[in-house]
Design a protein around this ligand. Structure first.
Ligand SMILES: [Zn+2]
Length: 342
């Protein structure tokens, strides 16, 4: 099998690791060597890049069929996680995305959002039939999680949107979390409305699909969240570049969550309004506003650090984004699974 050796004058491998004269060797879609530039085997291909090398991005909250997979990949995002779409369509697309000829990012999916009968997103204008799955009781909850797991779900999405309709009872919510935990699947919640984050915490939800924006969390809830949850950022959907009360509320919650040691993942909610396919620099800038350092914002954005065994998903940008994340507007080359993207 051909190996590809990428050589760059400067690279950011991951937190605290900005280094000169790097050589990264890719084989079979993974990184098999990271170090200083040195001689390689005659059969290895060598790619000298003129720019700054770093890991490629991942967007942990998209609705990919409402975006442009080709642009997504070209603009630096090599992996996405779809958080609510009809099961038949999204799991088929996820499988297609694994083939080398697919022009887009690797797609992983939750499938439909589990919700109460008549609850969000049933009937929401953006959601095709099947985007929500109505759950009547605890037994139906366990069965739904088992079915989604068998179809390849990487997370279970649950709707706790009390502003748009009924939400699952605590019994159903706990049953969803227990069935997911048995299969090592995270449960990610759309929590909207006063008290919904606390309910999610009480039932064992391990992630919020959005930074909370509909209430300011009290310190106790916030500390518990920082201890037990990851939050997906999705900040820019509250104003699309503009300052709004919802954005202010989310930034306040996120900065306190961050100070309390909470884990943050970059996600855009692609499909919800004018969010671009590919790296969304404004989202990264809001993360900086919430108090993350540039390096922390990049850490939230990348799929994985450049290290042995990591996916060979890389970017070359014109300048280092360690000074200013806006440098990510100038992506020169994307490599997915060890293959440069045309
Ligand atoms: Zn969404």
């Amino acid at each position: 099998m051909t190996r590809l050796a990428i050589r760059a004058p400067l690279a950011w491998l991951g937190p605290g690791r900005a280094v000169p004269d790097v050589q990264v060797v890719c084989e079979g879609g993974a990184i098999v060597e990271v170090g200083r530039v040195r001689a390689v085997a005659e059969t290895d291909e060598v790619l000298d890049v003129d720019g700054f090398l770093m890991p490629a991005g991942a967007d942990r909250h998209v609705h990919i069929e409402m975006g442009d997979p080709v642009a997504m990949l070209r603009r630096g995002v090599t992996a996405v996680r779809d958080l609510a779409w009809p099961a038949d369509r999204i799991f088929a697309l996820a499988e297609t995305s694994e083939s080398p000829g697919f022009h887009g990012p690797l797609i992983r999916a939750a499938g439909p959002m589990l919700t109460a009968p008549g609850g969000y997103p049933i009937g929401a204008p953006w959601a095709p039939p099947g985007t929500g799955l109505e759950i009547d009781d605890a037994a139906a909850a366990s069965a739904a999680v088992a079915d989604l797991a068998s179809r390849g779900a990487v997370a279970i999405k649950v709707s706790l949107n009390a502003e748009a309709g009924p939400t699952p009872s605590d019994t159903v919510l706990t049953s969803i979390c227990d069935a997911a935990a048995e299969r090592d699947l995270p449960v990610t919640a759309h929590a909207q409305g006063v008290g919904q984050v606390a309910r999610a915490l009480g039932a064992g939800v391990s992630e919020l699909a959005h930074t909370p924006w509909s209430e300011r969390l009290d310190d106790t809830t916030l500390a518990a969240a920082a201890d037990r949850m990851r939050w997906v950022s999705t900040l820019d959907i509250h104003g699309f570049g503009r300052d709004t009360p919802e954005l202010r509320c989310a930034l306040d919650n996120l900065s306190r969550f961050h100070r309390a040691g909470g884990q943050i993942a970059y996600g855009t909610d692609l499909g919800n309004g004018p969010v671009p396919s590919g790296v969304h620099v404004t989202e990264l800038q809001w993360l900086r506003q919430a108090g993350l350092t540039t390096e922390e914002a990049l850490e939230a954005f990348v799929r994985a650090p450049i290290e042995l065994g990591a996916p060979a998903d890389l970017l070359v940008v014109g300048e280092s984004p360690l000074g200013d994340v806006a440098a990510l507007d100038d992506i020169r080359l994307v490599i997915r699974a060890g293959v440069p993207v045309d």
